[in-house]
Design a protein around this ligand. Structure first.
Ligand code: HEM
Length: 227
């Protein structure tokens, strides 16, 4: 029975780690894609329309993303419940040596990310939250993603919401990336510090890349252009 419990926990750890790595890959590509906005409206609009060129690939990709988010969240929540049940009540108040704020708040930041991503999809993909600024087309007849993003982030509250959301994602990643290395058995003695620095570096890169878009709009670096 104990062995079965251990095995199923191990499987869940692998699922959390592998889906986390895949979602991290998506986020990295999304950050690089978003940075194309600095190349001008033609570049980002062409990129966005290229992504939607094949409905089969687009919907296959979206379905894969959804399955990964669900599997990641479900297995992480089940592991947290199992860990809590396995912990003797007497030890509950013992300080958690070696843990960090990021590691202790993974479920909390994960839940905030879910809410952020749900809003984000309704905002930019479904285009339901700001329909008045989300359905323009450029001179090539493509969806004008550039104008939609700039007009959105001209609203300071929305920009702030995105910066906080992205900060939450990156805080989660700062522990998640190194945790995935451990779960997949890829940590070798002496490399622990290197791995946690790598995790921090990728989180900072994604934070700077993502938040640079609303910040650039607020400071007038990215502005509306006639299309
Ligand atoms: C300031 C930061 C961000 C900006 C400017 C941004 C921009 C965008 C835009 C414009 C789209 C719609 C693309 C289109 O349909 O043409 C999009 C879709 C999406 N974004 Fe972001 N994004 C940001 C942060 C994030 C973060 C932090 C996450 C995940 C944690 C994320 C996850 C997604 C997902 C899942 C989609 C839907 C992809 C699809 O349509 O299949 N984004 N984003």
């Amino acid at each position: 029975m104990n062995q079965l419990f251990f095995k199923s926990s191990l499987v869940k750890k692998y699922v959390v780690a592998l889906t986390g790595v895949a979602l991290y890959g998506f986020l990295l590509i999304h950050t690089l894609g978003n940075l194309q906005i600095f190349l001008g409206s033609a570049a980002i609009n062409a990129y966005a329309s290229l992504l939607k060129a094949s409905p089969e690939i687009l919907w296959g990709f979206r379905a894969g993303l959804l399955v990964m988010v669900l599997a990641h969240g479900l297995c992480a929540a089940l592991l947290a419940i199992e860990n809590r049940r396995a912990r003797p009540a007497a030890y509950e108040r013992i300080p958690k040596f070696g843990s960090t704020v990021a590691s202790r708040t993974m479920l909390g930041t994960g839940s905030v990310i879910l809410i952020f991503v749900a809003y984000h999809i309704f905002h930019f993909t479904v285009r339901a939250t700001h329909p008045d600024i989300s359905f323009f087309h450029d001179s090539h007849g493509r969806h004008d993603v550039y104008s939609m993003v700039v007009l959105s982030f001209k609203q300071p509250a929305l920009s702030l919401f995105y910066i906080v959301g992205v900060a939450c994602v990156c805080f989660h990643l700062s522990h998640g990336v190194s945790s995935a290395f451990y779960s997949l058995g890829m940590v070798f003695a002496g490399y622990e510090r290197l791995i946690s620095r790598f995790a921090l570096a990728v989180s900072v890169f994604i934070f700077c890349g993502m938040s640079s878009v609303p910040i650039a709009v607020m400071f007038g670096i990215l502005k509306l252009v006639p299309s």
